[in-house]
Structure formats: structure tokens, C-alpha cells
Design a protein around this ligand. Structure first.
Ligand code: 6V0
Length: 319
């Protein structure tokens, strides 16, 4: 039977560990037909493209991977930006902001100059602030500029809950909201294991389930996961690569999936004019809608505190 799928093209800007983690996951899941790699380090992008192409016959779908420039973004459905300087050991994501905001503006200008009219996916850190900067520079509607937000943190939380309970992480729903960083806020009240609220599992004393006083340790393990990994291997890349591929799939396949992306707030949860991590419905037009959950007062306060820290940083890079 003829393949009726329309051609899918993405561009990945920045071919460091993170860009290649994203590119590899996308290729390995057969999500696109064409993938262009762009970087100031042109030879590196060329070598990476060639290396991926060498394995294409073992990928689930054919895909043309090549090194290109910004003019190649013109007909892409999506541009994924991972370029920037990464965290050094002990450095917070927010400390990266000045340099990476300048890099982000220069890249978005080039991307938009090509005539690009798709969705922009931002991965570079600090991701919430840089997603705002990218939107501001792009002139695109807010819903079509999407940060990876707390998608990685949320999957880390699901894994921690899975490790504690022995239940498959796929059957666990749990969200981290706010900054992808130190002030992030878990939504314990919304976490469910097999549809049963986590708090009910704890209250019922169900076998194998964590105690309430263990939640704080889980929160810290998730919050500090990047520091743990960076201490040992200098960068984090595979987890974010898979998280980004999940977001790419939701957009390209118009899934209406609920993912914790960095989305633009227009009054939801009492927040305005900020991008930060929140469960949102994601489809071909990017963020369709933020999901408003009945979170506790404590969780709401945590989200607002995180948002106000981000706003302060954002104000320092506004143009
Ligand atoms: P890296 O290995 O230093 O790669 C960055 C790449 O960007 C390099 O190849 C550079 O040549 C390239 N680059 C720099 N400036 C430009 C420019 N102006 N135009 C084009 N390319 C440029 O960093 P790494 O890949 O480890 O990290 C990239 C970014 O992802 C950093 O900001 C990280 O902090 C961020 N991460 C975001 C995560 C998330 O959850 N959102 C997770 C992990 C890392």
C-alpha cells in the first residue's frame, strides 16, 4: 500500500549532546522524513549528520539527515532549538540566562528570516525564560512556541514513584510544574497510580506504597537529578532527547496529548505573561490549552513562587 503520510521535516539547531539526543530519538522513532542539523560548528553538524545517515537503514522509517543552514528551515514543520551554553557543575540553570538569551534571539531571527511558519520547540536552558525570549523574537502566536518545560522532570518523578512502588511508570501519572529548575513544584494532589490518587494509596497504607514523609526526598531527588548527572558525565542528554521526541510526536501526529510543556499563561492559575511548565494539551498547532487542575493551596503557592522567580530573571533579559 502506498504511504499516504505527508512529508515531515524538522530542523535541529545546536548539535551538542542535547541536540544529538533529540535527533537520535527522533530518527530512532521514525518520526520524520527529513531532518536538517544546523550549528555554528558546521563541521560537527556535518559529521553528526553523516554518522546518523550511516544507520538510517536500521531506523524504522527512511529519513534524509543532512547538515544545512537557516534557509533550510523555510519548509520545516518544526524547528527545535538546543543551541547554547550548558550548565557547569554547581551552576544553576538561571545563571546561564544572559548569554543564552542573546544566542536565542540571534537564532530565532535567522529561523524566521527563512520564511519559517511552523512550531518552534525550545530546549536550551533556562528553558522557560528562553521560550519567552524565542516567542518575543519570533512574532509567532504564543501557542506555536513551546518549551520542553518540566516534561523531563515529570518523567523523572514518574520513574521515582515507579522505583518506590514497583508499579510500571507508564501506569503512573504525575506532574511537576513551574520552572524547569530549582523552584519547580510537584503536584502530589494530582498524582495517580493506576487511576487511584497517590494520596489515597498513602492514606490506605497500600502495600509497597511510599509513606507521606518520603515525598520530600522524592521531590529533592527529582529536582537535583541534573546536578547528579552533570557531576558524573558533564551533561544530560538522553532523557531530554526522549522527552523532546515525545513532544515532537504529539505535535506532528496532532495527538492532543497532555504533556508538561513550557506554555504561555494568559490568566490560567492566576498567572499572566509568562512561560512555564504546566500540563497542557498539545497538537499540531502546539499548545492548544493549559489544563486547569484543582491543585492545593500549597501547590498553587509553589507554582506562583516559581513563576515570580522566573519573572525576575525574564525582566533582566527583556528587550
Ligand atoms: P553543548 O554540547 O555545548 O552544545 C551546544 C551546541 O550549540 C554546540 O554545538 C554549539 O556549537 C551550538 N551553538 C552555540 N551557539 C550557537 C549559535 N549561535 N548558533 C548555532 N549553534 C550554536 O550543550 P548541550 O547540548 O549539552 O546543551 C544545550 C542546551 O540544552 C543547554 O542550554 C542546556 O542547558 C540545555 N538543556 C536543556 C534541558 C531541558 O530539559 N530543557 C536538559 C538538558 C540540557
Amino acid at each position: 500500500m502506498a504511504n499516504t503520510r505527508t512529508s515531515r521535516k524538522v530542523a535541529v539547531v545546536g548539535v551538542g549532546g542535547v541536540g544529538m539526543g533529540c535527533a537520535y530519538s527522533i530518527l530512532n522513532q521514525g518520526l520524520v522524513d527529513e531532518m536538517v542539523l544546523i550549528d555554528v560548528a558546521g563541521d560537527k553538524a556535518d559529521g553528526e549528520a553523516r554518522d546518523l545517515m550511516d544507520g538510517v537503514t536500521y531506523a524504522p522509517e527512511n529519513c534524509k539527515v543532512y547538515h544545512g543552514d537557516y534557509s533550510d528551515c523555510k519548509d520545516a514543520q518544526m524547528v527545535i532549538i538546543t543551541a547554547g551554553i550548558n550548565q557547569k557543575p554547581g551552576q544553576s540553570r538561571l545563571e546561564l540566562v544572559g548569554t543564552n538569551a542573546k544566542i536565542m534571539r540571534s537564532i530565532v531571527k535567522e529561523v524566521m528570516g527563512s520564511g519559517f511558519d511552523g512550531n518552534l520547540v525550545i530546549v536550551s536552558n533556562p528553558v522557560d525564560v528562553l521560550t519567552y525570549v524565542a516567542w518575543d523574537e519570533s512574532g509567532l502566536p504564543q501557542n506555536r512556541v513551546i518549551g520542553t518545560g518540566t516534561s523531563l522532570d515529570s518523567t523523572r518523578l514518574r520513574m521515582q514513584l515507579s522505583n518506590k512502588t514497583g508499579v510500571d511508570a507508564h501506569d503512573i501519572s504525575a506532574y511537576i510544574v513551574g520552572e524547569h529548575g530549582d523552584s519547580e513544584q510537584p503536584l502530589w494532589s494530582q498524582a495517580t497510580i493506576g487511576g487511584k490518587p497517590l494520596m489515597d494509596w498513602i492514606e490506605d497504607g497500600d502495600e509497597g506504597v511510599i509513606k507521606k514523609d518520603e515525598l520530600e526526598d522524592i521531590r529533592k531527588t527529582v529536582r537535583d537529578a541534573a546536578y547528579y548527572i552533570i557531576d558524573r558525565k558533564k551533561i544530560t542528554n538522553w532523557g531530554i532527547g526522549l522527552s523532546t521526541a515525545r513532544l515532537v510526536r504529539a505535535i506532528l501526529e496532532n495527538e492532543h496529548a497532555i504533556l508538561t510543556t513550557s506554555a504561555y499563561f494568559n490568566g490560567e492559575y492566576g498567572l499572566k505573561d509568562i512561560y512555564t511548565g504546566i500540563p497542557a494539551i498539545v497538537g499540531e498547532n502546539g499548545v492548544e490549552r493549559i489544563v486547569e487542575m484543582h491543585i492545593t493551596d500549597e501547590e498553587m503557592a509553589g507554582l506562583h513562587k516559581s513563576a515570580s522567580e522566573l519573572k525576575e530573571v525574564l525582566d533582566s533579559v527583556r528587550e
